[in-house]
Design a protein around this ligand. Structure first.
Ligand code: UT7
Length: 332
């Protein structure tokens, strides 16, 4: 076993075609376009039709990633699917994706870390490759949030959308200055009550009562999560840069989780990062949970804002609380 530096070699995304605009939401709950835009930065989000589940989104993102790299699914060593909206409690969505794409040699698992899920998957995948035991790890972030959102609750239903994205991790070439630099994660279960889906697990199994009380939907104390997100993302990014001898000025692009435009702007300001070096695409997708980081990375590449050799800083906070930040030297 020989330690290898992992790098990201391909990326693919998928969002379902249906779009839910702020004007549509105005007809469903007591809200208005101006409030949503000013408080969140969201204009519209993609919503899957009832026949589509998370594995369907994940399969499309996986196929796009493999096509981008020009490889067959049978070459994959592992598939990690980061999601809080699996098709079923079990089997794992990773197994459904593995079978559908024909990843005949892969093992894999689902990873539950909500909005920080993709970053945790990326770090886990990077370590599998770094260990020298895996050469091709596919990390998928996929969520069909519309299935667990209460469209009578205006404080949450305006925020979320459906979408998926994936990245392929492989070993860098010998001497190549590209790839994984560092990851810093932190969980804090004391914040668990501020963002959760209370029912459907072993604590509150599905019953007529849980359904009647709408407990299979996302419940959130938005202000608590907002404050924690700004504080924790700033803290983790600062510590991560510091321990790698880097400054905000060295960061070519920050790709933050897209939960609220104001969270992103506040953290960028605290980090001393000009907003031009931060990608924001929440206006078109809302918060797709594990999908936001790959979707935002794809848009940064499409806009010519992320190129080979760039130092990219990913950061996210999610339900749990889960939090993480990681640094990569972009490889393609
Ligand atoms: O990915 C991690 C997960 N989530 C997050 O990071 C989300 C973090 N939190 C947030 O993004 C924000 O807290 C929200 C967007 C959820 C809410 O924004 P806010 O600025 O914190 O608003 P608020 O909860 O303080 O509510 C302000 C007012 C309230 O009315 P009163 O009590 O002042 O009369 C709410 O009832 O806005 C009202 N309100 C709305 N009004 C129109 C709440 N939701 C809506 C709405 N439309 N959709």
């Amino acid at each position: 076993m020989q330690l290898r530096r992992p790098k990201i070699t391909a990326l693919g995304c998928y969002t379902p075609p249906g779009v839910l605009t702020n004007a549509d939401l105005e007809k469903m709950v007591a809200t208005n376009n101006q409030w949503i835009l000013e408080r969140t930065g969201i204009a519209e989000r993609h919503i899957a039709t009832p026949d589509i589940a998370t594995s369907d989104l994940a399969v499309e993102a996986a196929r796009a990633t493999l096509a981008g790299r020009g490889i067959d699914a049978s070459e994959l060593d592992a598939i990690l699917v980061c999601t809080v909206t699996p098709d079923m409690q079990f089997p794992a969505t990773a197994c459904l994706v593995q079978h559908r794409i024909g990843a005949t040699r892969a093992w894999g698992f689902d990873l539950v870390a909500a909005c920080a899920g993709f970053l945790y998957g990326l770090s886990t995948g990077a370590h599998l490759v770094a260990a020298g035991t895996h050469r091709k790890v596919l990390v998928v972030g996929a969520d069909t949030m519309s299935r667990i959102i209460d469209y009578t609750d205006r404080s949450t239903c305006i925020l979320f959308g459906d979408g998926a994205g994936a990245m392929l991790i492989e070993p860098a070439e010998d001497g190549e200055d590209a790839g994984f630099i560092d990851f810093l994660g932190e969980i804090d279960g004391a914040g668990g009550n501020y963002l959760k889906m209370p029912a459907g697990g072993s604590r509150l199994p599905a019953s007529n009562e849980t359904v009647a009380n709408r407990l299979h939907y996302v419940k959130q104390d938005g202000q608590q999560v907002f404050k924690y997100a700004v504080k924790k993302i700033t803290e983790l990014c600062t510590a991560l840069l510091e321990r790698n001898g880097l400054k905000a000025a060295d960061v070519s692009l920050m790709v933050p989780h897209q939960a609220n435009r104001r969270i992103i702007e506040a953290t960028a300001e605290r980090l001393g990062l000009p907003i031009e070096r931060v990608i924001i695409n929440i206006d078109r997708y809302g918060n797709t949970t594990a999908g936001t980081i790959p979707l935002a990375t794809r848009d940064a590449i499409a806009q010519g804002r992320l190129q080979r050799g760039d130092l990219v800083l990913f950061a996210a906070v999610g339900a749990g609380y889960t939090a993480g930040a990681c640094l990569w030297r972009w490889a393609f």
